[in-house]
Design a protein around this ligand. Structure first.
Ligand SMILES: Nc1ncnc2c1ncn2[C@@H]1O[C@H](COP(=O)(O)OP(=O)(O)OP(=O)(O)O)[C@@H](O)[C@H]1O
Ligand SMILES: [Mg+2]
Length: 163
């Protein structure tokens, strides 16, 4: 049961998850296209990485569906880190709303971080994560956004490691 997704949508996700291993060795974009074709969701795709395809739920949230086993793991990691880290770091993590097997729903964040001018803040934030025992892997430009208040917020922390 989900607040955001219908049973039919969850059924489609489960169908995709059951066959995604066939596309393990195809390219990132081919895998995302195949997932999109099978998922048949009514939402607009906002992006995809190597591990997940991302849809705009049109209510201020995005849905990320795993494209690989690693993507399933990434979703679990985000749920775990978001719910277990301290408030001073959590404010830099894109809020997680709901999770299920192979999927996660997060706040939609659109403001890209301009190149260059945030380097100092970025380094400070990475150090803050490290000091808290979290290795902030892959905190590159495609994985971060700015909050309305201008704070750096990580939208893809699936590869972070919490010790
Ligand atoms: N919360 C969000 N709000 C808006 N767009 C998002 C959000 N999360 C992800 N995206 C978009 O979707 C893309 C893919 O999402 P994400 O980086 O989480 O997938 P991934 O497969 O884990 O990526 P990677 O290849 O870096 O491991 C992002 O680069 C970004 O453009
Ligand atoms: Mg990413």
């Amino acid at each position: 049961m989900s607040v955001f997704l219908s049973n039919l949508e969850i059924h489609s996700i489960n169908l995709w998850l059951s066959i995604m291993h066939h596309y393990k060795y195809t390219s990132k974009s081919q895998r995302a296209n195949k997932a999109k074709e099978i998922l048949q969701l009514k939402y607009k795709k906002v992006g995809n990485g190597r591990q997940r395809i991302v849809y705009d739920l049109n209510n201020g949230y995005v849905l990320k569906v795993a494209l690989t086993e690693f993507g399933i793991q990434n979703n679990k990691t985000e749920f775990k880190i978001y719910n277990h880290c301290r408030a001073n770091l959590r404010k830099h993590l894109c809020p997680v709303k709901e999770v299920g097997h192979g999927w996660i729903i997060m706040k939609k964040m659109d403001i890209k971080v301009p190149d260059g001018i945030y380097n100092k803040e970025l380094t400070q934030l990475k150090n803050k994560f490290l000091a808290a025992g979290i290795r902030p892997r892959d905190m590159g430009n495609s994985n971060i956004r700015l909050s309305k208040k201008g704070k750096i917020t990580v939208v893809d922390y699936g590869n972070f490691i919490m010790y």
